[in-house]
Design a protein around this ligand. Structure first.
Ligand code: PMP
Length: 275
């Protein structure tokens, strides 16, 4: 495991963040998580593109080119000598005495290369609870401010569930760290890619895979009752890939989940066939 902070590689446990760093005091920054399979970073270009969009959305200027950032990420991976890993990287508004408005100092890039969290058991699936989506209205930005997300996840975990599903005014938006899908009568449904959800990279891949498998897919709002009455439901994220949901609150989902299984397998093949 290894890390990078601002301008140099450091040990994962080194104390390197200055107390006046804006991520530390304000959560003023953005991030990405990518997965490494067989020594290769999966979908790096897509994640870098979203990173750039998040940076633009919060008026953050890159301290160096995306190309350089990519070099640092790949060098970090190479130094870690890891084949399976999770790479986290972030960009913050820099180091400056605490004041709310932008300080006009260079942004700070940092990164960790760590062991990937184990993939959950896709056959078993995950349990979920539904919570009110109390987040702000710019959830498409991958902001460091994750307080509502971590509190929701904690609530789920305290009830022995793997994920919390957010619903805003009854409409299912996404999970605390995933996108949410319902399958009804052979059609896949998920919330449109508006500002209310993160535009998941895995979500976009699932669109492509569904098209290849000739499974119709609709970006359409649906409510909590629709999700609980669905034939199948699943989450997607970089960390869990395509994960079926077996229980939502007190509702047990059907045992048979052919479409979730097909997409989970097709997604695995994307990286298994590449390495
Ligand atoms: N929504 C939220 C709120 C998330 O935190 C994540 C995980 N980054 C996702 C969706 C899934 O995004 P991705 O497929 O790009 O990992």
């Amino acid at each position: 495991e290894i890390a990078f902070y601002n301008d140099k590689f450091v040990g994962i446990d080194d104390k390197v963040v200055p107390i006046q760093e804006r991520a530390h005091q304000f959560g003023d920054g953005i991030y990405e998580v990518v997965r490494v399979y067989g020594g290769k970073v999966f979908l790096l270009e897509e994640h870098l593109e979203r990173f750039r969009k998040s940076a633009d959305a919060i008026d953050l200027t890159f301290p160096f080119s995306l190309e350089k950032m990519k070099e640092i990420i790949l060098e970090g991976l190479s130094r870690s000598e890891m084949e399976e890993a999770e790479i986290y990287f972030q960009l913050t508004r820099g180091i400056s005495p605490r004041q709310h408005h932008y300080p006009g100092v260079p942004a700070v890039f940092s990164m960790t290369v760590r062991n990937a969290r184990p993939l959950g058991d896709k056959n078993k699936g995950a349990a979920a609870i539904v919570l009110e989506d109390e987040r702000w209205l710019n959830c498409y930005i991958k902001s460091l401010n994750l307080l509502p997300n971590i509190m929701a996840k904690q609530k789920a975990v305290s009830k022995n569930c793997g994920e919390a599903i957010f619903a805003r005014d009854g409409i299912v938006t996404e999970g605390s760290s995933s996108n949410v899908f319902a399958v009804k009568d052979g059609v896949i449904y998920t919330h449109p890619a508006t500002k209310r959800i993160l535009h998941g990279i895995t979500r976009a891949k699932v669109f492509e895979l569904a098209a290849q498998e000739h499974i119709p897919m609709k970006e359409e709002e649906f409510d909590v009752a629709f999700l609980k009455n669905a034939d199948e439901a699943f989450f997607t994220s970089t960390g869990v890939e395509v994960m079926p949901i077996h229980t939502i609150d007190d509702t047990k989902m059907p045992e048979e989940k052919p479409i979730s299984n097909k997409l989970a397998e097709a997604y695995e093949n994307l990286y298994k066939l590449k390495v």
